[in-house]
Design a protein around this ligand. Sequence first.
Ligand SMILES: Cc1cc2nc3c(=O)[nH]c(=O)nc-3n(C[C@H](O)[C@H](O)[C@H](O)COP(=O)(O)OP(=O)(O)OC[C@H]3O[C@@H](n4cnc5c(N)ncnc54)[C@H](O)[C@@H]3O)c2cc1C
Length: 396
Amino acid sequence: MEFRFTAAEEAFRQEVREFLRRELPADWAASGGVGTLGEGSEERWELLRGFQRKLAQRGWLTLGWPQEHGGLGASHMMQVIYNEEMSYQRAPTQLGVGPDRVGPTIILYGTEEQKREHLPGIVNAEAVWCQGFSEPGAGSDLASLETRAEADGDYFVINGQKIWTSFAHKADWCILLARTDQEAPKHKGISYFLLDMRTPGIEVRPLMDLMGRANFNQVFLENVRVPRTAVAGELNRGWYVAAATLDFERSGINRVVTGIRVYDELLGYAAETLVDGRRLLDDMRVRHKLAELAIEFQAGRLLAYRVASMQARGQIPNAEASMSKLYGSELQQRLAGAGMEVLGLGGQLEPGSRWAPLEGRVEAFYLLAAALTIAAGTSEIMRGIIAGRGLGLPRG
Ligand SMILES: Cc1cc2nc3c(=O)[nH]c(=O)nc-3n(C[C@H](O)[C@H](O)[C@H](O)COP(=O)(O)OP(=O)(O)OC[C@H]3O[C@@H](n4cnc5c(N)ncnc54)[C@H](O)[C@@H]3O)c2cc1C
């Protein structure tokens, strides 16, 4: 067994590093990927949009897409390298879910007209997409969703409510699941819509997350008229289209590397900080905690590489992607907890406080990490997939 990147892959890694050094504001990573502009401000949004356009100019937003659809046709390993470098610098990889989820789904299931209409906007970073799947009564059990789409000539009329819709307040388009057959068994009456967010009848109301940021929303749909041509894949078989979208969602290395960045900063802090004349790193408990995490991050990285190498061979990682998601997200929480222990009471100070160790980045990470075992499928659901599809265990 040999784990080594090729010369071309290493050269690409350097290219991405240099690009990020040049194009990100100097304080970007140190400010926790927030920059000096206020979180949620219009200027920050414009900065993020401008950065996305620069990625798009190089074709990097859609690195792995086939060339015929405007991508670079790069290998899964190139994608992994790119994601590693971007995450380590806390660079905004993408806004919304267009490049990693919507585009690949449209390539698989969309009509030629849908491909012509939607793919260029994603490749060029002009269209921001959000994902309208979850509802107040349908998250893990997504097939219980109640939003309805009723046929009316060449249109469907949609009524219902979505929740936790990240980026809906900024999105131009939404991939939306709605029930189109009320009588069918619950997995068989759902369709997958490509919804224009400017359609009359859509109301977006922001929700605050633990960090006080308004990044996700409730979306209310009242008599929203959508043309029949907006259905991706077969009518009433949207569940299977959504399953493809969710598989694209779970296979990233980003979460492991985001944690490695925090880990490295914590290690640096423990090496430099004196408590009662001794370095924090000389405390046995701190050393052991950091040693343990080093092993875990190595394991997390390898689980993510396994997903990528399966994809590179044309296999579909299913339980393997769930293992990577589960382990990576719970590891982030263990790291955040360890960070709080190492930093002591000062670790609770927020970014912006002059006394906050590491400028409050561990505090912010602690709050962020809480959502990671819920978003993109909860830990319990991941364990269920590993047990059932991976190990072949009977349902509990
Ligand atoms: C930061 C963030 C961003 C998000 N962004 C989006 C988005 O853009 N678009 C979108 O559609 N959704 C989004 N979501 C929603 C996310 O997909 C759901 O929160 C998630 O699927 C869980 O659903 P739920 O919140 O309804 O919890 P529930 O499904 O109600 O789960 C509640 C608890 O019950 C457990 N549970 C449920 N079913 C089982 C079972 N069968 N076996 C064992 N335990 C079970 C769960 O693990 C959990 O602990 C986002 C969520 C977060 C946190």
